[in-house]
Design a protein around this ligand. Structure first.
Ligand code: SAM
Ligand code: SF4
Length: 325
């Protein structure tokens, strides 16, 4: 039976951050020195995460996203994906990655049954890429994108964080990728979480502004979204192979349609990205809680999911790289 929260939203989507570790240092996500690492023993083992996914699948959850940190740096991630594939009820498994390790891993991921992939890429310029991520890895990411296209992943979404003064001059070129390749280019409004190294006031660029710049490519025809598609406002531009989308977490928040819960690498369930309230699953799991007990905690977290984030200046206790975006 699907589970509703107090505001009649049906919760069907779990985002699992499998690691706090990352091989990049994106300026909007973390400081150059990185963020404090979680001790190894605090990080949930795959079998513990699978137990949680099993429970939510029985509660009507249909979609799981694997994120991080950088999920592909965690050992045996391919094994983990194969195990999720076996869980009845989970119809959609997605991965969000920075793409740096895809050249070697794309095929293994495909063979494990993964088809839905989001790759983060904020610029098409190698030097700018090295600036924003503090690593010279553009070539690897581009190779990774080509590889997933070749293999036939579908959909392939390219996540672009909109940053004024950095990539606003590339919005059209980035969108044009959807003409050349079967890609869904999704522009994400910059969120001023407190570990970002960019000044929000100077860097924020609204999706509305990005949309107005894309009009020169043609009329943006809205594409309807299904329940499992996520919060992006999607558009098709005539002549393109793919599509463009916009994620407006702040300027036009999608709280009324939010159907997700987040699981942190150290086993905390977070009903809202913009709230520090968490429900501990790790301790009960390690004390031998059975499925019914885990289910009760998840139900309680869902019952307390806030109506909206009413965001003004939210200070997250955890960095974005621990929560998974
Ligand atoms: N490391 C993977 C990656 O970069 O795709 C997965 C984790 S990352 C935290 C998930 C997404 O969050 C990425 O697309 C990233 O661009 C986005 N993100 C990180 N910090 C952000 C911020 N301050 N505002 C908007 N998006 C952000
Ligand atoms: Fe790493 Fe992703 Fe954060 Fe960039 S956005 S530092 S790739 S976790």
């Amino acid at each position: 039976m699907p589970v509703c929260d107090a505001f009649h939203r049906v919760i069907t989507y779990l985002r699992v951050s499998v690691t706090d570790r990352c091989n990049l240092r994106c300026r909007y996500c973390m400081p150059g020195s990185g963020v404090k690492k979680l001790p190894h023993k605090e990080i949930l083992r795959y079998e513990e995460i699978l137990k949680i996914i099993n429970v939510v699948s029985q509660m009507g959850f249909k979609k799981v996203r694997i994120t991080g940190g950088e999920p592909l740096v965690r050992k045996n991630i391919v094994f983990f994906i194969k195990e999720i594939k076996k869980i009845e009820g989970i119809e959609k498994i997605c991965l969000t990655t920075n793409g740096t390790l895809l050249p070697n891993m794309a095929e293994k991921l495909y063979k494990a049954g993964l088809r839905h992939i989001n790759i983060s890429l904020d610029t098409l310029d190698r030097k700018k890429y090295a600036y924003i991520t503090r690593r010279d890895a553009f070539g690897q990411v581009w190779k990774g994108i080509k590889r997933v296209i070749e293999l036939g992943f579908d959909p392939i979404k390219i996540n672009v964080v909109l940053i004024k003064g950095f990539n606003d001059d590339e919005i059209v070129d980035l969108a044009k990728l959807s003409f050349e390749y079967p890609l869904a280019v999704r522009f994400i409004e910059f969120m001023p979480l407190n570990h970002t190294q960019l000044e929000y006031g100077h860097c924020f660029l609204s999706a509305e502004e990005a949309i107005s710049r894309l009009k020169k490519l043609g009329k943006l025809e809205p594409i309807p979204s299904s329940e499992l598609d996520g919060p992006a406002k999607r558009y098709k531009i005539k002549g393109s192979l793919g599509e463009v989308g916009f994620i407006t977490a702040l300027s036009d928040h999608f709280c009324p349609k939010c159907n997700r819960l987040r699981l942190t690498p150290d086993g905390q369930l977070r009903p809202c990205l913009f709230s520090n309230r968490e429900w501990d699953l790790k301790t009960p799991l390690r004390q031998g809680a059975n499925e019914a007990e885990i289910k009760r905690i998840i139900e309680d977290a869902i019952a307390h999911k806030p109506k909206n984030h009413g965001y003004v200046k939210f200070i997250s206790r955890r960095p974005m790289s621990w929560i998974g975006g």
